[in-house]
Design a protein around this ligand. Structure first.
Ligand code: FMN
Length: 355
């Protein structure tokens, strides 16, 4: 195998999204460049959301999908095996590359264009062709399902459920602390860490941007919450969801680590297809991860009020999206057309990860 091709495949791999851009992965490449081993870095994401590494496995699914797409596009056949070593829980995937005929894949350029767009979207018609393309995008992942909702009344009901996570973030010190630890306030920080989220990707208006630095102080947030801050933040999410043309949910059969990896593959395919179709997308995964914890009876130290929020969403989301209750919710998302993102999230160098 050609070293340059394997390098290009890895360049595509690391463009995958991850919770707060923590990039919880490491790669090892064999000497002849025919094998890529993907490892989880469990300490990268110790957030409340990453219960049993679910958030990281979703990110790994996206990494694997990028590898498969890039390999086909660049002239390789890629075979993968998930969790190949039962004794090493961090060994997520073994990918074997062999030369093959290159097949241009429109999803390949989208790997580098895709981003998280948290701005408000304009209401635009989403044509049947686009809906079909999004639904069709996961057809190669048998256990995955995509549900799309474009009816205004249903969107209104869903928006009420989808907003709860943003409120919880500003009502729990631990979750708030993790988020602000991952915000990069200036170029120097971005270049030093090459991870986390620059201010410019948070979808803030000019005024919000001015006030935002204060929100890093928990004492300030706690005081402001007396006057309704966390509710206002929840309402912003409600408003964004309510005014979008399309809401979606990716679900998967099963709830083990394999299911989360496959869910991550499906997430990436839908996201890339939306990018190809010229649409912006924002994932709403924090909530689905909390629902997953709730279903496992593991919402440790959650207040009664917060548990109720999550339990209500666990009931309503499958109902409104028409998802079978036995399936695991991987990712809620909104799709639309909005301001384009000027700043990109950074990625760590690949060289440092090739052993
Ligand atoms: C498992 C996971 C959970 C995420 N949760 C959210 C979320 O709840 N809300 C949100 O706006 N973005 C969420 N994101 C998006 C990430 O913050 C984003 O992918 C990361 O910062 C990299 O930025 P990029 O997508 O623009 O490349 C999530 C991504 C992943 C993979």
């Amino acid at each position: 195998m050609n070293k340059e091709i394997t390098k290009k495949i890895l360049e595509a791999a690391v463009m995958a999204p991850s919770g707060d851009n923590v990039q919880p992965w490491k790669f090892e490449v064999s000497e002849n460049f025919t094998q890529i081993d993907l490892y989880n870095l469990p300490d990268k994401d110790n957030s409340y959301y990453n219960y049993q590494q679910a958030a990281s496995y979703i990110a790994h699914g996206a990494v694997i999908e990028n590898i498969l797409i890039a390999a086909g596009h660049l002239g390789c056949h890629a075979e993968y095996q998930l969790f190949p070593d039962t004794l090493d829980a961090t060994y997520v995937a073994k990918i074997i590359l062999s030369p093959a005929q290159a097949q241009a894949d429109p999803l390949y350029p989208a790997i580098f264009e895709r981003n998280t767009n948290r701005f408000q979207y304009k209401r635009t018609e989403v044509t049947k062709e686009v809906l079909d393309a999004l639904l069709f995008s996961v057809k190669n992942i048998q256990t995955a399902n995509v549900s799309l909702v474009h009816q205004k009344d249903k969107i209104k009901q869903l928006a009420k459920e989808l907003m709860v996570n943003d409120r919880i973030v500003f009502e729990r010190k631990d979750i708030h602390g993790f988020l602000f630890d991952k915000i990069r306030w200036n170029q120097k920080q971005i270049e030093e860490t090459k991870d986390g989220m620059p201010l410019g990707v948070l979808g803030l208006s000019f005024i919000e941007r001015m006030a935002f630095p204060l929100l890093r102080f928990w004492w300030y947030v706690k005081t402001a919450n007396i006057f309704g801050l966390s509710r206002i933040i929840g309402l912003k999410c409600w408003w964004s969801c309510r005014n979008t043309s399309l809401l979606g949910m990716i679900s998967i059969k099963g709830n083990d680590k394999l299911a989360f990896v496959q869910g991550g593959r499906a997430m990436q395919r839908v996201w890339l297809e939306a990018t190809v179709q010229g649409f912006a997308m924002q994932p709403i995964i924090g909530l689905t991860l909390l629902i997953n914890r709730f279903k496992q009876g593991a919402l440790h130290d959650f207040s009664v009020k917060h548990t109720q929020f999550v339990s209500c969403a666990a009931e309503k989301l499958p109902e409104l999206f028409g998802v079978d209750k036995s399936e695991t919710l991987i990712m809620g998302f909104r799709v639309g057309r909005g301001l384009s993102i000027k700043v990109k999230t950074a990625r760590k160098e690949i060289e440092s990860r090739i052993d």
